[in-house]
Every structure is written in structure tokens, then in C-alpha cells.
Design a protein around this ligand. Structure first.
Ligand code: B1M
Length: 213
């Protein structure tokens, strides 16, 4: 098995220390950084994402795989800047105002990072103005909002309103999700994209960033 396959396989098993060692070995063997990232780490995370979408693996497996990915990526990050590897796009993500649930939001973040996106994590209880100002200041292509409560999902409409008021909604897409959120709610509030799970959210975000590149 090639070292890149070994990285992918061990990442899927959540073996963070092994992944880190293999990534270091790949660097020492002068395998290009982009190849280690794409064919090792991102390939493994993408397989986990698909399995998660199909209910073949569950939250704990995704979390350990993401931890392994982060450990491997930490070795690549300084080299990526030198090699001129750029992120596939930039997004900001947060759980909406009044809502403290962050497990789903964190999964979406991990899947997006696993697809090569740069993700600014605003945390939980995020005010509509904060999403919009971050998107402006950091040049994000997408604002991602998560909500788990029927009493807080209405904050997503305020994010859309603030983005419209700031005049950025023609350039910045607003993606929404979380257990109580639906496609019809997305259409009703004028958001751009609803996805039911973290893997589809990452796929949709990458597709949008590619379309606007
Ligand atoms: Co809360 N809670 N909770 N809770 N909690 C729910 C959501 C609830 C359904 C439980 C219940 O009553 N059956 C209920 C909501 C009812 C409703 O609104 N109709 C509820 C309630 C009422 C509350 C409190 C009000 C309870 C109280 O204090 N009386 C309180 C509110 C606090 C607040 O936020 N202000 C509260 C508190 C908590 C804890 C702090 C104890 C804890 C949160 C810990 C944390 O997140 N760090 C908690 C938990 C864990 C839950 C349950 C059990 C699990 C939620 C979860 O993490 N699911 C939940 C009941 C349940 O769902 N069984 C419940 C796993 C996670 C992976 O799923 O976040 O849906 P989810 O993410 C999915 C998709 O939705 C999607 O991707 C993910 C995976 O693929 N997704 C996106 C998520 N965001 C996305 C964004 C996207 C795209 C996809 O694009 C941007």
C-alpha cells in the first residue's frame, strides 16, 4: 500500500498518532505537500464524509477522524504557505444567536476543512451582525448558520436581512442547517442553500466556491 493510502486508511480509523507519523514520513520522502493533502488526508476525510451521510459511521467516528486529520494537517500547514497551496474557498460558520448547540456545527466545520476550505469558526450564540461583518472583513464567500432550536432558527432570517442591508448577499451565499431547519424554511427566509447533513454542506460549499472562483 502506498504511504498516501496508508494515511487515508489510518485517518478513517481515527489513528491520529499514526497519521501524524506517516505525514512526517511523506514529507521526508519529498512527496509534494498538495499530494499528501489531497490523496492522503482529504481523501480519507471524504470517504468518512460519505459513510457518515449513508449512516455507515456515526458522530464519534467522524470526530476521531477529524482529530487525525487536524494532527496531520498541522504538519502540512507551514509547508502549504511555502508551496503556495491555496484554500478551495473561505467560509465563516456559527450557531445562531440564543443557541448553544455546537456538535453539528463542529461536524460541518470539520467536513468543510476536510474538503480544503478555510473555515472561520464564530462559535455559538452568534449575532446576525457578526456573521455579516466577518464575511466582509475576512472576504468569505459563504456564511454558514446552524440552529438546533425551533425558537432560534428564526435568527437565520435576521442574518439574511443583515446581509441584504449590507449589500453583500449578491456575492456571499448563506447556507443553513440543523435539525429543525428544512428546505421550505430556507426558501421562505431567502437563504441560498439548505443541506440536511455535514457532508452535503461541505459538498455544496465547495461547489459554490468553485463556481465563483
Ligand atoms: Co438541546 N435540545 N437543549 N442540548 N439537545 C435538542 C435540540 C432537543 C431536540 C431535545 C429534545 O427536547 N428532544 C430540544 C429542542 C426542541 C425544539 O427546539 N423543538 C433541545 C432543548 C429544548 C434544549 C434546551 C432548551 C434545554 C433546556 O435547557 N431546557 C437547551 C437550550 C440551550 C441553548 O442552546 N440556549 C439545550 C441544551 C443542550 C445541551 C447544552 C445540554 C446539549 C448541547 C451540547 C453541545 O452542543 N455542545 C444539548 C444536546 C446535546 C441536545 C441533543 C440531545 C443532541 C443535539 C446534537 O448535538 N445532535 C438534541 C436532541 C436530539 O437531537 N436528539 C437536543 C447531533 C448533531 C450531530 O446533530 O446538530 O442536528 P445536528 O447536526 C447535523 C445536521 O442537523 C446538520 O449536520 C449535522 C450532522 O450531519 N447540520 C447542518 C447542523 N448544522 C448545519 C449547518 C449546515 C448544514 C447542515 O449548513 C450551514
Amino acid at each position: 500500500m502506498s504511504i498516501l493510502n496508508e494515511i487515508s486508511e489510518n485517518l478513517q480509523k481515527g489513528k491520529a498518532k499514526v497519521v501524524k507519523q506517516l505525514v512526517q514520513q511523506a514529507i521526508d520522502e519529498k512527496i509534494p505537500v498538495e499530494q499528501i493533502l489531497d490523496e492522503g488526508l482529504l481523501s480519507g476525510m471524504s470517504i468518512i464524509g460519505e459513510k457518515f451521510k449513508n449512516n455507515e459511521v456515526f458522530v464519534p467516528e467522524v470526530l476521531v477522524a477529524a482529530r487525525a486529520m487536524n494532527m496531520g494537517a498541522s504538519l502540512l500547514k507551514p509547508l502549504m504557505a511555502e508551496a503556495g497551496v491555496t484554500a478551495a474557498g473561505k467560509v465563516c460558520i456559527g450557531t445562531v444567536r440564543g443557541d448553544l448547540h455546537d456538535i453539528g456545527k463542529n461536524l460541518v466545520k470539520m467536513m468543510m476543512e476536510g474538503k480544503g476550505l478555510e473555515v472561520i469558526d464564530l462559535g455559538t450564540d452568534v449575532a446576525p451582525e457578526t456573521y455579516v461583518q466577518t464575511a466582509i472583513d475576512q472576504g468569505c464567500q459563504i456564511i454558514c448558520c446552524s440552529a438546533l432550536l425551533t425558537t432560534t432558527m428564526c435568527e437565520m432570517e435576521n442574518v439574511v436581512k443583515k446581509a441584504n442591508e449590507a449589500g453583500i448577499h449578491d456575492k456571499v451565499k448563506i447556507m443553513i442547517g440543523g435539525a429543525p431547519v428544512t428546505q421550505s424554511f430556507c426558501e421562505q427566509i431567502g437563504a441560498d442553500c439548505y443541506t440536511p447533513d455535514a457532508a452535503s454542506a461541505a459538498d455544496a460549499a465547495v461547489a459554490f466556491c468553485k463556481a465563483t472562483a
